[in-house]
Design a protein around this ligand. Structure first.
Ligand code: UDP
Ligand code: MG
Length: 320
């Protein structure tokens, strides 16, 4: 029986990269068709781009029968774009790949061969180098993986990309997780199944620019921690207990000092320092609790992950 492979490609302001991606991916597709009985679908997800991305997708979808697209009503972020792709993909195997060719399309063949000839449910990729990336960004990325590795029960692999091939069963499990605050790198691990990792060297984008600012990455890292660990909540309790113990020792110290040496008014500057420090710690811990509360708030609202404005499948079906 023919296997269908759906390739999900999230795109945000990628008018230059889409045509290059299609020609590169087509090479892999043509090569794979020689050895396997497969059919591919490229499912582009336009994440509310502000440039000509959507018209480039529309043109491609008209020209090629294996190209389809979904277009959002605004920018919902890559997580939402990947989720929309997974929900709308009907392939037996599903691939998520970046459009900028930083994820090498030729690995798709290796992924398919591995998944077909073994009992792996997922073949995922990880970067072993970060050349071409700024030193500061690499440093913070490493710190993030080290930290989340320590505080989360879910093992989040350093350098793991979203680029991977999964079986239908695994995709269905991922789609069944309906959480609003999605951190896919964690979710892919959380659902389990057997994953084989393939390593590759970092590559630079073929065209366009990265959509990630330093601030954006920081927020993404915090979201990841909040979604996959409750350790910060425990941390605030531990700090609280620690401060209670310190305060208790200080009270004893002051009582004995007064009993022995009598009362004195000196020492107010240190008191002010202690008040400031303790208030700071309290606000910090309140902030941590607030972070989890705000995530819970967005979860209970149950808003959709994304809103589709147009999609090619409607048009193609109407024409039939
Ligand atoms: N992307 C997206 N929505 C966004 C930001 C990015 O769909 O809000 C897509 C983008 O078009 C690309 C992929 O996510 O296909 C990775 O983005 P980028 O290359 O900018 O990130 P980097 O490789 O620098 O981590
Ligand atoms: Mg990129």
């Amino acid at each position: 029986m023919k296997d269908k492979i759906t390739i999900i490609i999230p795109c945000y302001n990628e008018q230059e990269t889409i045509p290059i991606f299609i020609s590169e991916m087509d090479k892999v597709y043509n090569h794979m068709q020689k050895s396997y009985d497969i059919e591919m679908e490229y499912l582009f997800v336009d994440d509310g781009s502000k440039d000509k991305t959507l018209s480039v997708m529309k043109e491609a979808a008209e020209k090629y029968s294996h190209v389809n697209y979904i277009s959002f009503s605004r920018n919902f972020g890559k997580e939402a774009a990947m989720f929309a792709g997974l929900e709308n993909a009907d392939g037996d195997y599903v691939v998520i790949i970046d459009v900028d060719l930083q994820d090498p399309p030729e690995l798709v063949e290796e992924m398919y061969t591995t998944i077909k000839n073994s009992d792996y449910d997922c073949v995922a990729s990880r970067r072993v180098t970060r050349t071409g990336e700024s030193k500061i960004r690499s440093f913070f990325a490493r710190m993030f993986y080290r930290m989340i590795g320590k505080i989360s029960k879910t093992n989040i692999v350093d350098g793991a990309r979203d680029f991977r091939m999964m079986t239908r069963q695994m995709v269905d499990s991922i789609v069944s997780l309906r959480e609003y605050n999605r951190f896919s790198k964690g979710i892919f691990q959380w659902v389990g199944f057997n994953t084989k990792w393939i390593a590759f060297e970092n590559r630079n984008r073929v065209a366009g620019t990265t959509k990630w600012s330093f601030w954006g990455l920081l927020v993404y890292a915090i979201d990841g921690i909040v979604a996959f660990s409750t350790a910060p909540l425990a941390l605030s309790s531990i700090i609280g207990i620690l401060f209670c113990i310190i305060a208790f020792i200080m009270i004893l110290f002051i009582i004995f000092r007064t009993l022995i040496f009598g009362d004195s008014v000196s020492g107010w500057p240190s008191l002010v320092c202690i008040i400031c420090f303790a208030t700071g710690i309290q606000l910090f811990c309140n902030g941590i609790t607030g972070l989890y509360m705000s995530k819970t708030y967005s979860e209970v609202k149950k808003r959709p992950q994304y809103i589709i404005k147009t999609q090619s499948k409607d048009n193609k079906n109407n024409n039939n």
